[in-house]
Each structure stands twice: as structure tokens, then as C-alpha cells.
Design a protein around this ligand. Structure first.
Ligand code: GDP
Ligand code: ZN
Length: 364
């Protein structure tokens, strides 16, 4: 496939290049179509090919190895005919975002593939937490992507000298990482960011509330509505209305936003909750039930410490809140935990999902 072929020009906006084309040669010879995975769900995926978006089965891929499951961002070889179609292979990944395995809960799950820029969004509305920035950056470097730090909501720091100091502070704890002050609200610094993400594939990382959605909207610009309105037709003339987790930016470049990635930072950060609240974890070890929720269970050492005045109730509340957040994030991406979870969580999940979809729908 040459760079002047129609397939090449159709896929180039998605990040297709000479090297990908070269890696695809043997598949092309076998009559397979190249495409990029824009969404994965339940053993199927949506693949954008030169002929439009097709829905394909991913089942064939080596089972029981979560690292070998096709994920958003993969370049794949799709069966052109067949019903269902199949993803026959994915091209060797240049980079991969793998969910942290440090929690022992995960065997390592690929959240996004072939990401070039990992944009860490840090809100200037709160005090800078350099430790957290470092943790996110470790995650980004690990993936193989080039990290970029966006000090977002820069409009909240109107004094340029103060902003420069903040940028400098982050730069000194993030060698080799560009740091940009950006206001998604006012557009300041957006051009510098667009220049960085204008080629290649990017993801936005950062805590909930950091401003990722707002920034994604700003990057996607007015075309976001077009993206949402676009109804893809697969090869069989069916309309698929599923949302994409991979979007082409109007000024060039590709943005990947998957629910798993959204949670990865919090997941990672929250894995330290136990250490921060070590005295509660110690007490919990003495509860009668190993899965005690410290609500109304008999023999709860945590509640009795609160009743006895040894543990401030506020601290228990704070711990609960973080644990809930952590469990929520884990549950979103971990089927095993999901299976173990009871009715209680299922109800909360439904509520949370509705809120999340509402939010995501704003720019998909
Ligand atoms: P996410 O959870 O990381 O996706 O964060 P959101 O994009 O939902 O933003 C969280 C809050 O920060 C919202 O209330 C936004 O209006 C606000 N916000 C986002 N970007 C900016 C910005 O550039 N300036 C200011 N002042 N607020 C912002
Ligand atoms: Zn207890």
C-alpha cells in the first residue's frame, strides 16, 4: 500500500502511516482490511476502515490473556466478508496503557493502544500535589507515550508571574515533560496544546474534576456535534449508533477517551488509600467479618473505636468516601470484582453510570 492509495489517505487522519502500512503488508496480501479500533465492548469492536465503520468480533484473539484482547487504538486486520466479520490480528502496539497491576486485583489490562501523547490534566483550582503528578507521570512513561502536563483552569491564576512559578515547579519535578498553562474556558494556551496533539494519538489523564471533559470539548471544537451526529454505516448497510472512544480532532490528531482510562489515575492514586488510613485498616483487621463494611455489622472494631472516641467519625467518613470511589473505578474495569459485588453496588453502579453517560454524551 502506497501513501497515495485511497486506503492510505482514508486512514491517515486516524494515524495510519508508512510504518503501519508496512506492518500490514502480509495481511493486505491475504485480502484483509486495515482499520483502527474506536470502541470495544462485549467481545465486539467498532473498526474504522477505508470503507467506513464496521462492527467486528474479537473473540478469536488468544483467550484468557487480557493483554492480547483488542483494545481502543489498535490497528487491526479485519475480515472483509463473513457474517460476523472477525478481527484476524492486531498490529504490534507501539505503546500501550495498561491498568496498574500494583493492586493485585488486575492481571494487567490494556486500556488504550498506540497512544503518542499522554496529557495529564492538573487543575489549578486546587493546590498543586506534585506527588500525584509524579504518580500519573510514572503511569504515562510506563505506557511508552510522551507525557505532557497541562496546568488547567489557568484563568484562575490571573497573575502571569504566579502561573510561571507554578509551571516551573512542575517542570522541576517532571524532567523531559513539557508543562503548559491552559484555560479551556478562555482558550489561553490552547494553541500550544493543539500543536502538541496535532499529530499522533493523545489521551487525557487526570483526576475527576480536573477539567478533562472541558478540555476535550475545547480540543474537539465545534465539530464535536458533527461527530455525535455522524451515523456510521457498516458494509452491510446497517447503521451503528454506538459512541466512539476515539475521535479525530478537527485540527489534526486523534483523541482517545475510554472509561477505563478515565479511571486509571484515580484507581492508581486510590490504591494508596489503605496507607493513608492505616489505623483504620489495622482496626478493620479486628472486625468479626473480613468483609465488614463498618456500618451495622456486629463485632465491628472500627465502629467501636469511633464509639469509644479513639477514631474521629470524620476520618472514617473520609476513608469510606475514598474507598467507594476506588471500588467504583475498579468495578468499572474489573469483571472479577463486578461478579463478586452484591445488589448494593449494582444499584449504585446504575446511578453512577447514568451520570457518567450524561457527562460523556456532551462530547461524543
Ligand atoms: P473532568 O472530570 O476532568 O472531565 O472535569 P470537567 O471537564 O467536568 O470540569 C470540572 C469542572 O471544572 C467543571 O465545573 C468545569 O466547568 C470546570 N472547568 C473546566 N475547565 C475549566 C477552565 O479552564 N477554567 C475554569 N475556571 N474552570 C474550568
Ligand atoms: Zn468493621
Amino acid at each position: 500500500m502506497t501513501s497515495t492509495s485511497p486506503v492510505f489517505s482514508a486512514l491517515a487522519p486516524l494515524g495510519w502511516d508508512e510504518a503501519w502500512a508496512g506492518a500490514f503488508d502480509s495481511y493486505a496480501a491475504a485480502g484483509l482490511l486495515p482499520g483502527r479500533v474506536v470502541r470495544v465492548d462485549r467481545g465486539q469492536c467498532d473498526v474504522v476502515t477505508a470503507d467506513g465503520t464496521v462492527r467486528a468480533d474479537t473473540e478469536f484473539v488468544v483467550p484468557r490473556d487480557p493483554m492480547k484482547v483488542v483494545c481502543t487504538g489498535d490497528w487491526v486486520a479485519v475480515d472483509p466478508d463473513g457474517d460476523p466479520r472477525y478481527v484476524r490480528a492486531y498490529l504490534p502496539r507501539r505503546t500501550a496503557f495498561v491498568r496498574s497491576t500494583s493492586s493485585k486485583r488486575s492481571e494487567g489490562q490494556v486500556l488504550a493502544a498506540n497512544v503518542d501523547h499522554a496529557v495529564l490534566v492538573v487543575s489549578l483550582a486546587a493546590e498543586l500535589d506534585l506527588g500525584r503528578v509524579e504518580r500519573f507521570l510514572a503511569l504515562a512513561w510506563e505506557s511508552g507515550a510522551q507525557p505532557v502536563v497541562v496546568l488547567g483552569k489557568a484563568d484562575l491564576v490571573p497573575d502571569p508571574v504566579t502561573l510561571a512559578h507554578l509551571v516551573h515547579d512542575v517542570e522541576t519535578s517532571a524532567p523531559g515533560v513539557p508543562v503548559l498553562g491552559v484555560s479551556a474556558l478562555h482558550g489561553d494556551g490552547l494553541d500550544a496544546l493543539l500543536a502538541r496533539v496535532g499529530s499522533g494519538t493523545s489521551v487525557l489523564l487526570g483526576q475527576s474534576g480536573a477539567g478533562k471533559s472541558t478540555l476535550a470539548n475545547a480540543l474537539l471544537g465545534e465539530d464535536v456535534m458533527d461527530v455525535r451526529a455522524a451515523r456510521d454505516v457498516d458494509g452491510k448497510g446497517r447503521h451503528t449508533t454506538t459512541t466512539r472512544n476515539l475521535l479525530v480532532l478537527p485540527s489534526g490528531g486523534v483523541l482517545i477517551d475510554t472509561p477505563g482510562l478515565r479511571g486509571v489515575g484515580l484507581f492508581d492514586a486510590a490504591s494508596g488509600v489503605g496507607q493513608v488510613f492505616s489505623e483504620i485498616e489495622d482496626l478493620a483487621g479486628r472486625c468479626r467479618f473480613h468483609d465488614c463494611a463498618h456500618e451495622a455489622e456486629p463485632g465491628c472494631a472500627v465502629r467501636s473505636a469511633v464509639d469509644g472516641g479513639e477514631l474521629p467519625a470524620r476520618r472514617l467518613e473520609s476513608y469510606r468516601k475514598l474507598m467507594r470511589e476506588n471500588q467504583w473505578i475498579v468495578a468499572k474495569t474489573d469483571a472479577r470484582v463486578r461478579a463478586e459485588r452484591g445488589r448494593h453496588w449494582r444499584r449504585k453502579e446504575t446511578e453512577g453510570r447514568a451520570a457518567r453517560e450524561l457527562k460523556r454524551a456532551r462530547y461524543q
